[in-house]
Design a protein around this ligand. Structure first.
Ligand code: TGC
Ligand code: FAD
Length: 392
């Protein structure tokens, strides 16, 4: 892979809207991605291997629990810093960002928001340092966009719960130490349970042959009469709103992360267009290539403004689920379109691992599907503006 020469575009001076702390946090994440992710990510993706070497670095830049209080091992940062960290990590690779998103928003957040003080003390510091890795089991083989139909269930056996069922498409599952598992009780109410590796009847087979997110490990969670201690139930929120609340936080991070992937594709294509000569001139001199690049920077700038404003609303506790859906949907779609156009600017070189574009493009095919598909987010916006529910 070529050396990482990334320079971040900031066409509208959005940096002026950031604090010194935001810029420091971003600089640390950017430097780490250049040093620790860029040199190894192409091989990791080609070999479909999760690069375990990055775990300690992710912890050091505050990517595990950026907004979780420092008293629990988190970084205690605001929502814009969290977004900027996700942006920089996904500039390196969406799969690496996935690992951080799951750990922070889908494992640490539910323990922090819905767990007991004992659960917080027991798990959060180890998750923040990367000593423990976690995963989040909501999707099932027959219930993806409609998680409320889940069949994974647990029964109260007096001194423990007995968990049965299966989850599919679970990021980090093959190596996770703990899983936040969403399951129905005998009354059909959804609760979160902390399932620990080593519990009898719990297995996590890996999903192979992915063309996308190859540097992220994906697997199943299988529960065959797993005895879960009662103290592992998350007591402080139940119903589908509990996992959906976690998704609000993760989708917000993705809205920022996708900008990173788009910026990397744009920056690579811009540089290539200035260097690659055809018909005795740089291809960037042709109007058709300028149109692509001009539209890319326009769309990136719009996405940056959307993410920044959403971050302000989130810091004030005012961001709605529908606003988060709009940003996740728009920014991932923006990134995937930019990846496709950028790949064309590189001609044949665009399909090789010498450049990051094809890897970003393939990764984004997962990002546009997970955490709610492109269609589902459109319907959330549609429901919000019309007041009419397309899901019922
Ligand atoms: P609906 O009837 O609308 O809602 C059920 C209950 O939940 C409440 N609620 C929320 N609460 C908190 N936060 C939110 N964002 C909430 N949204 C809804 C709602 O008020 C209601 O409460 P109550 O008290 O009345 O029961 O639910 P529905 O069954 O009609 O479904 C709505 C729909 C389709 C929008 C939802 O199910 C959905 O978002 N589906 C998409 C599924 C999804 O996003 N799955 C993601 C799996 S995790 C993942 O992909 C991780 S990838 C990680 C990585 O690698 O980065
Ligand atoms: P389906 O729900 O079957 O959807 C198929 C198609 O039908 C889509 O185009 C969808 O938009 C459309 N559709 C569905 N319902 C409607 C409707 N009402 N109106 C219009 N169109 C509709 N899940 C987890 O729980 N944890 C994880 O860590 C996790 N990681 C993932 C990692 C990867 C790499 C991938 C690919 C997925 C991951 N997921 C995870 C699962 C992901 O959230 C689901 O794939 C996603 O929610 C969609 O579910 P599905 O794949 O079953 O598709």
């Amino acid at each position: 892979m070529k050396p990482d020469l990334f320079e971040s575009p900031d066409y509208y001076g959005i940096d002026d809207l950031l604090t010194e702390e935001h810029k420091l946090v971003r600089a640390a994440a950017r430097e780490w991605v250049k040093r620790a992710v860029s040199p190894i990510i192409e091989d990791a993706a080609q070999n479909a291997e999760f690069p375990k070497s990055i775990v300690s670095g992710l912890a050091e830049i505050g990517a595990f629990g950026p907004y979780i209080p420092e008293s629990y091992g988190g970084a205690g940062l605001d929502q814009i810093s969290y977004g900027l960290i996700m942006q920089e990590i996904e500039r390196g690779d969406s799969g690496v960002r996935s690992t951080a998103s799951v750990q922070s928003s889908l494992v640490m957040y539910p323990i922090y928001a819905y767990g007991t003080e004992e659960q917080r003390q027991k798990f959060l510091p180890k998750l923040a340092s990367g000593e423990f890795m976690g995963c989040f089991g909501l999707t099932e083989p027959d219930h993806g966009s409609n998680p409320g139909g889940m069949t994974t269930n647990y029964k109260d056996m007096g001194d423990h719960y007995l968990l049965n069922g299966a989850k599919m498409w679970i990021s980090n599952a093959p190596f996770a130490d703990i899983a936040i598992v969403w399951a129905k009780n005998e009354a059909g109410r959804i609760h979160g349970l902390i399932v620990e590796r080593g519990m009898e009847g719990f297995s996590t087979p890996e999903t192979h042959n992915k063309w996308s997110l190859r540097a992220s490990a994906t697997g199943e969670l299988i529960f065959d009469n797993v005895k879960v201690p009662k103290e592992n139930l998350l007591p402080n929120k139940s119903g589908l709103g509990a996992p959906l609340g976690c998704l609000d936080s993760a989708r917000y991070g993705i809205a920022w992360g996708a900008i990173g992937a788009a910026m990397d594709c744009y920056d690579t294509a811009l540089r290539y267009s200035q260097e690659r000569m055809q018909f005795d001139r740089p291809i960037g001199q042709f109007q058709l290539q300028q149109k692509k690049l001009a539209e890319m920077i326009t769309e990136i700038t719009k996405a940056q403004l959307l993410a920044w404003r959403l971050g302000v609303l989130k810091n004030e506790g005012r961001a709605t689920t529908a606003q988060i859906s709009m940003a996740k949907r728009n920014n991932v779609d923006m990134a995937i379109n930019i990846a496709r156009e950028a790949r064309q600017i590189l001609g044949g070189m665009g399909i090789t691992g010498e450049y990051p574009i094809m890897r970003h493009m393939m990764n984004l095919e997962s990002v546009i599907t997970y955490e709610g598909t492109h269609d589902i987010h459109l319907l959330i916006t549609g429901m919000d503006v019309t007041g009419l529910n397309a899901f019922k």
